[in-house]
Design a protein around this ligand. Structure first.
Ligand code: CUA
Length: 354
């Protein structure tokens, strides 16, 4: 009976593990399917360390099993005294030198890659006309959302990072409140975002996100930052250079856009009265108190993780605290359910993509 129960427990544990691991290997989120050179090199280091660990486990297990089998009392007798090797010079040298060699094999590529990924000298390079040659994005992590500013292009967005493929994109990372961490599992990272110092690194996106399951890479906050840490997601849209330039031009064209409190569109009017103070509808507006919503209709999720529908948006506007505990939108405005739905419908019309 007990044996059967143990087997059943082992089986259910394995079944649960299978469910968790079934997400592994999905190309929009998995570190095992890297979509750029940084992710590839990080995966190689991971594989190297796993290989070294496997080697150590095998060697130790083999020696253990050999000793176990060879020196059984039934085999060598009651009074057998094995050869005493205490203080053996040869053995001491062997088990000191081998770990040192293993550590060196691991340390050299790890340190080399660490310094390479932190090389952001190209961030400040300019062409003959004084324009920056590399794209830089300022990432600001806030409880519990992400702001992406393109300082050299004069635009800002939130929750969905848009970047060109096949070139290095440089990131300035900072946090507005507590420590968070910026991670795009399939492309590279993670890098902490701190409150009082700027972290810098680069990533390269070698694959257009259009062919992925949701048309985007998934980004995560990788530092426990509060009750909604697990919901602090963002998405990454990667476009070829021409499509990216077109996106930037449409973003710049939203300059001066605003919502009219006297609009005949009930959603726009309610938005202007209750939301506009924190959420800008122009990408040229600068940093906001809340996420910029200029591209709300183009996005893939609402609040980073909810379905991108009018119903989910209405639910989010009515009950932010239940959906994302500890977020800063809670209690900042007062709208009826009807107004919330009108606002949600209006938000879905805010787009810069076709
Ligand atoms: Cu932000 Cu975890």
């Amino acid at each position: 009976m007990m044996k059967g129960l143990k087997k059943w427990r082992l089986f259910s544990l394995l079944a649960v593990m299978t469910v968790f691991l079934s997400a592994c290997g999905e190309d929009y989120i998995s570190t095992l399917t890297p979509a750029g050179p940084v992710g590839k090199e990080q995966l190689n280091i991971l594989l190297l360390s796993v290989a070294i660990m496997t080697f150590v486990v095998i060697v130790v297990s083999v020696i253990y099993l050999l000793a176990f089998v060879k020196f059984r009392r039934s085999k060598v007798g009651e009074n057998f005294m094995p050869k005493q090797v205490e203080g053996s010079h040869t053995l001491e040298v062997i088990w000191t030198v081998i770990p040192i060699i293993l550590l060196l094999i691991l340390a050299v590529p790890t340190l080399t890659a660490t310094y390479k990924f932190a090389d952001v000298a190209a961030m400040d390079e300019v062409d003959e006309e004084g324009n920056k040659t590399a794209l830089t994005v300022n990432v600001a992590a806030k409880l519990y959302w992400w702001e992406f500013e393109y300082p050299d292009l004069g635009i800002i967005t939130a929750q969905e990072l848009v970047v060109p493929t096949d070139e290095k994109v440089y990131f300035n990372l900072i946090a507005a409140d507590v420590k968070h961490s910026f991670w795009i599992p399939a492309v590279g990272g993670k890098m902490d975002t701190n409150v009082d110092n700027l972290n810098k690194f680069y990533l390269q996106f070698d694959k257009e996100s259009e062919g992925l399951k949701d048309g985007v890479f998934y980004g995560k906050c990788a530092e426990l930052c509060g009750p909604s840490h697990a919901l602090m997601d963002f998405k990454v849209k990667t476009l070829d250079r021409d499509a990216f330039d077109a996106w930037v031009a449409s973003m710049q064209a939203t300059e001066g856009n605003t919502a009219d409190a006297n609009s005949s569109n009930a959603g726009e009017a309610a938005f202007a009265n209750s939301c506009l103070g924190c959420h800008a509808v122009s990408a040229v507006a600068g940093a906001g108190i809340g996420p910029n919503v200029t591209t709300f209709g183009d996005r893939n999720r609402v609040a980073g993780f909810m379905d991108h529908t009018v119903e989910a948006t209405t639910e989010w506007i009515m009950n932010p605290e239940e959906n994302k505990p500890g977020n800063l939108m809670t209690g900042k405005y007062n709208v009826t359910e009807e107004e919330a739905q009108a606002i949600a419908e209006y938000l879905m019309t805010l787009k810069v993509e076709d």
